[in-house]
Design a protein around this ligand. Structure first.
Ligand SMILES: Nc1ccn([C@@H]2O[C@H](COP(=O)(O)OP(=O)(O)OP(=O)(O)O)[C@@H](O)[C@H]2O)c(=O)n1
Ligand SMILES: [Ca+2]
Length: 494
């Protein structure tokens, strides 16, 4: 009898080979082929022409996924334009355009040449230009014209320079912080936004009872990723921290004094102000006293409580034609939820070590500020030799202004104060209106939730790999049982 070979039948070998090939192909496709390709980026540039300075932001996002959610981030270290804000160039408009040059060249270096022509470039101006426009419309037109000519001369796709309304400025700041915090895509609870600039300040939040009927001018409606928002927002012109300071100085110089003892500045601090300079802004121009001397000397007295009293005097609480108001007769619905506070809220509270509101309560912040304001100027200069003198001299005023604005102005309490997070950067991007502005103008936040693949990429890969492994086990099992049967058959034959 011919001895039967214990080998496999050709059919079995065929099945095993095909099975192994299929398995390898499956896992390869799942893991290798679907790996994201090397990322290519698109870019966008926004210039924030604020009252105190201009900053250039470059944003980037994956080239294939314009519409994807939460994928736009800040690409550069903010480029700060040297010199003052563009509104300070009223008598030399060309200078405003030229001032942007260094940052524009930095953007040219940063963005790959092949992407530059398609890169949108926007400039938005805020309260400084709003004030210049009120004061001298033709001067503000000339500044815009000079800035436009300058920006149009670069390879980028220039899309215009314009004055933002206060409502837009507040609303886009709100979009930015909620976008960066990933709160818009699935309709999560949003956070309010508090922005403090040099010339104006904004408060924006969603309140369940606010639909705009009581005060339509404070309503900004958004439909983002399939969710509707009725956003309350208000911008207080002349209540940014530089203009607020001028208001307190105007309050103290109504009788044309030549000496002012100011509690918001440190003892032994002294500065000479020109009347014509102090009153050269629409925020106080109409209050300039007649027959004032050329100058007055401001002497600091460093007293937090008196400073707070002085600051209160620039808010008007007497008239309110609505169900509720913040100040100056402006409607404000009941505060709701948590808030993110940025710009000067961050610069000032961070410097004063008061930014961590979860550790530093409102009461503690007041106590610390009281001590800080009482520190004599020479001592403070010794402690902070590197801080710019203008900033350093004003932190007592600014800190006191912030606490007063929040509590007396917006009605934050010790409890709701804890709900404020002071934000510098969020996910590597500066908090401010610029990102929200660009997302809006480039239609990068869809009104409806974008179609997504039914299974997310990681789940897809996992399912493919697990299926592959299971199929492999089944295959091995078949081969094993098959060879066992063959073996026992062989043994029987033997
Ligand atoms: N490290 C810094 C940077 C800025 N500031 C001050 O913070 C205020 C606000 O700055 P910013 O948010 O840049 O205001 P702008 O955008 O220029 O003003 P606005 O939004 O009103 O147009 C200004 O008084 C500025 O002098 C500060 O105290 N410390
Ligand atoms: Ca600003």
């Amino acid at each position: 009898m011919k001895e039967a070979s214990p080998g496999y039948r050709p059919v079995t070998i065929f099945v095993v080979v095909i099975g192994v090939i299929a398995l390898v192909a499956l896992v390869t496709v799942a893991v290798v082929q679907n790996k994201p390709l090397t990322q290519k980026y698109k870019y966008g540039i926004v210039l924030d022409a604020g009252s105190s300075h201009t900053a250039l932001y470059i944003y980037k996002w994956p080239a294939e996924k314009d519409n994807n959610t939460g994928r736009v981030t800040q690409a550069n270290e903010t480029c700060k334009v040297k010199g003052p804000g563009i509104s300070s160039y009223a008598s030399n408009p060309q200078g405003a355009g030229e001032s942007l040059r260094a940052c524009m060249l930095e953007a040219k270096k940063f963005i790959p040449a092949s992407r530059q022509e398609e890169t949108p470039l926007y400039l938005g101006a805020t309260a400084g230009m709003r004030l210049l426009n009120m004061e001298n419309a033709s001067a503000s037109d000339s500044v815009f014209k000079a800035v436009e000519e300058a920006l149009d001369s670069y390879t980028f796709s220039y899309r215009g320079a314009r004055l933002l309304t206060g409502l837009e400025e507040g609303a886009f700041g709100w979009v930015t912080v909620n976008y960066l915090d990933g709160r818009l895509t699935q309709g999560q609870k949003t956070i309010g936004a508090l922005d403090l600039g040099g010339a104006s300040t904004q408060i924006s939040f969603v309140s369940p009872n606010f639909d705009g009927s009581e005060s339509p001018n404070n309503l900004m409606m958004f439909r983002l990723y399939g969710n509707d928002y009725n956003l309350y927002s208000h911008s207080f012109l002349c209540y940014g921290k530089d203009q607020a300071l001028r208001q307190t100085l105007a309050h103290q110089t109504q009788s044309g004094q030549s000496i002012v003892n100011d509690p918001c500045f440190h003892s032994k601090y002294s500065k000479v102000w020109e009347y014509s300079n102090l009153y050269d802004t629409p925020c106080v121009a109409d209050r300039k006293p007649d027959n004032s001397p050329t100058n007055f000397t401001l002497n600091g007295s460093g007293n937090f409580q008196q400073c707070q009293q002085l600051i209160k005097s620039i808010f008007n609480f007497t008239q309110c034609k609505y169900s509720r108001c913040s100040f100056n007769g402006v409607f404000q619905p009941e505060l709701q939820g948590s808030f993110g506070a940025f710009s000067a809220y961050y610069y000032v509270l961070d410097f004063l070590n008061l930014a961590d509101t979860s550790r530093v309560s409102l009461e503690k912040a007041k106590d610390k500020l009281k001590e800080y304001c009482a520190t004599p100027w020479p001592e403070l200069q010794k402690q902070h030799p590197k801080t710019k003198e203008k900033y350093l001299s004003e932190y007592c005023f600014s800190g006191t202004y912030i606490l007063t604005l929040l509590t007396e102005g917006y009605n934050f309490t010790a409890d709701t104060y804890k709900e404020i997070t002071v934000i510098g950067k969020m996910q590597g991007s500066d908090a401010g209106w610029t990102l929200g502005y660009m997302l809006n103008l480039t239609n990068m936040i869809p009104a409806e939730a974008p179609d997504r693949p039914p299974i997310a990429y990681p789940s897809y890969v996992s399912i493919m790999v697990i299926t592959g492994i299971v199929l492999g086990i089944v295959l091995l099992f078949i081969v094993y049982t098959h060879s066992r049967t063959q073996c026992s058959n062989t043994q029987k034959i033997v």
